[in-house]
Design a protein around this ligand. Structure first.
Ligand SMILES: *[C@@H]1O[C@H](CO)[C@@H](O)[C@H](O)[C@H]1NC(C)=O
Ligand SMILES: *[C@@H]1O[C@H](CO)[C@@H](O)[C@H](O)[C@H]1NC(C)=O
Ligand SMILES: *[C@@H]1O[C@H](CO)[C@@H](O)[C@H](O)[C@H]1NC(C)=O
Ligand SMILES: *[C@@H]1O[C@H](CO)[C@@H](O)[C@H](O)[C@H]1NC(C)=O
Ligand SMILES: *[C@@H]1O[C@H](CO)[C@@H](O)[C@H](O)[C@H]1NC(C)=O
Length: 473
């Protein structure tokens, strides 16, 4: 760094230091509101709020942003897998003193209690992301008063009851995310008024009834997630209006019936399509050949039949066609040639193959491979030798014939299911690090290594012995 830059930097730092107390000392109401919020917190094991001290400038406190001495946003978050970074307690109604607040971001914490009514006292509030907490009870009808909101997310809380129809008044919303709650009832038809939505997520609730046929008004929608509910009926025709922009369409784990509509083949921007675990029947539309940019396709656990279209996709990342009525015979070429694939699930897809003859362009990134319930012969030794991150390999119910002792078990591997094949040799001690193992119904023999697995993982072999099976003679 040259001298000129350095002196400019010093000057800048000095100026900032002199100005800071004047320009951003926080307003007395904001300080009082935040201290009351802090006193509603019953546990802060990682000392997130240690900088929140009375008499110090609240604009310097962790998680606080100010503009012209007023607090404009509160953002606190824990680490998803580390409960010792969570805050516990209730969200204090005194937060409503922060009249200039425009965003509340409280993510991966442990706040409990009912819907935070304080939101109704904050006329400048535009963004609410209270995600992965434990708020409960009903979402009140008066939510329709929060007409200034641009984004509302209560993703993963424990709200119950119906979605109030008054939500249709929140016409400025670009994001509505009520996924991961315990909501019931049907989707209020009035949601069609929320024409600016780019994200609409109701996944993982107990919602039921048909998916409303109201999508023609959603010209901006990019993400539609309704998976893991109890929706029934057909995929509504008006979804075709989303063709230009929709990137994520997730309707899996519902009770949808009828056919996959042809128009889905026109979705130029589609990245992810999940229709798994429904009651869909008929063929996959030939027009799917035009889905050249799809990365994630899950049609598993339906009643779909042949022929499956030859997709022209350049690289698929994850594919699951398992448990339909397909007879693919081979692993499709567009799968074998994908340079970026990491998850391949083709269980019960009528594949007839000698595994050594399958020469995928890329194996390095694989984390899941499931080829169960096919007519696959040969050995997976070469394939598993070429993966470095594999987490799960399932090939139960095939005719694989190889010595289990020669199988490379990579460090990342957690699940191995080779049950009902023709595998021989001994069970190697390397399997003891797995979370799940099933080598039952093969031709294995010899003493078992010490593992935590139940007898059912080893039953039906030629001459395995030792715990959890009978002692060796
Ligand atoms: C969450 O808060 C409840 C009390 O409301 C407490 O019993 C529980 O231990 C907290 N969990 C974590 C992970 O902090
Ligand atoms: C919501 O708005 C209605 C009128 O639209 C009004 O009567 C009611 O008091 C408002 N509720 C809240 C909590 O602001
Ligand atoms: C794919 O799209 C092109 C034009 O976008 C169209 O002419 C063609 O018919 C489509 N293919 C199928 C199978 O629908
Ligand atoms: C496994 O890979 C190594 C190189 O990474 C190679 O030397 C070895 O022959 C391979 N073994 C099998 C059975 O393919
Ligand atoms: C192993 O597989 C067999 C047959 O596929 C099944 O019956 C058994 O329940 C499985 N056991 C375990 C522990 O997964």
């Amino acid at each position: 760094m040259n001298m000129k830059k350095l002196s400019f930097l010093l000057l800048a730092i000095l100026t900032l230091r002199c100005l800071k107390p004047i320009s951003s000392a926080c307003h007395v109401d904001d300080e009082a509101g935040l201290l009351a919020f802090k006193s509603g917190i019953t546990a802060d094991p990682s000392n997130k709020l240690s900088s929140w001290k009375p008499g110090t400038d609240c604009c310097t406190w962790a998680g606080i942003n100010c503009l012209n001495n007023r607090v404009t946003s509160l953002s606190l978050g824990g680490q998803p897998d580390q409960p010792n970074t969570f805050l516990s307690g209730k969200i204090s109604p005194s937060l409503a003193k922060l009249k200039f607040l425009d965003g509340i971001y409280l993510q991966n914490l442990n706040f409990s209690g009912p819907f935070p009514d304080l939101l109704f006292g904050l006329p400048n509030l535009q963004y609410v992301y209270i995600e992965h907490n434990r708020l409960s009870g009903r979402i009140p009808d008066k939510i329709g008063n929060l007409t200034q909101l641009g984004a509302l997310s209560f993703y993963y809380n424990q709200f119950t009851g119906p979605i109030p129809s008054s939500i249709s008044k929140l016409t400025r919303l670009t994001q509505l995310n009520l996924g991961g709650n315990l909501l019931t009832g049907s989707i209020p038809y009035g949601i069609q008024n929320l024409k600016s939505l780019t994200l609409f997520n109701l996944e993982q609730n107990g919602l039921s009834g048909p998916i409303p046929d109201f999508f023609s008004s959603f010209s901006e929608l990019r993400i539609l997630r309704l998976s893991r509910n109890k929706f029934s009926g057909k995929i509504p025709a008006s979804i075709s209006a989303l063709a230009p922009k929709l990137a994520y369409l997730e309707l899996g784990h519902n009770a949808l019936t009828g056919q996959i509509p042809d128009f889905l083949g026109n979705f130029k921007a589609l990245d992810t399509l999940d229709l798994s675990y429904n009651g869909l029947s008929g063929i996959v539309p030939q027009r799917f050949v035009n889905l050249t940019k799809i990365f994630n396709l899950d049609l598993s656990h339906n009643y779909l039949t042949d022929p499956f279209p030859q997709l022209k996709v350049k690289g698929i990342e994850s594919l699951d066609l398992s448990y339909n009525s397909f007879h693919l015979n081979q692993i499709p070429k567009w799968v074998t040639s994908s340079p970026i694939i990491y998850s391949l699930k083709l269980a019960k897809c009528g594949i007839k193959l000698k595994l050594e003859d399958w020469k995928p362009a890329e194996t390095y990134f694989y984390d899941f491979i499931d080829l169960s319930e096919n007519e696959i012969t040969g050995s997976p030794i070469g394939l598993l030798n070429k993966t470095d991150f594999l987490v799960g390999f399932s090939a139960s119910g095939n005719k694989l014939k190889f010595n289990l002792e020669s199988l490379r078990i990579v460090k990342t591997l957690k699940q191995l299911d080779l049950s009902r094949n023709l595998v021989f040799g001994k069970v190697p001690s390397g399997v003891s690090g797995l979370d799940r193992l099933n080598v039952s119904h093969n031709h294995l023999c010899g003493p078992l290594p010490a593992t935590k697995f139940a007898a059912s993982a080893f039953l039906g072999n030629d001459c395995l012995c030792g715990a959890p099976l009978a002692p060796c003679k």
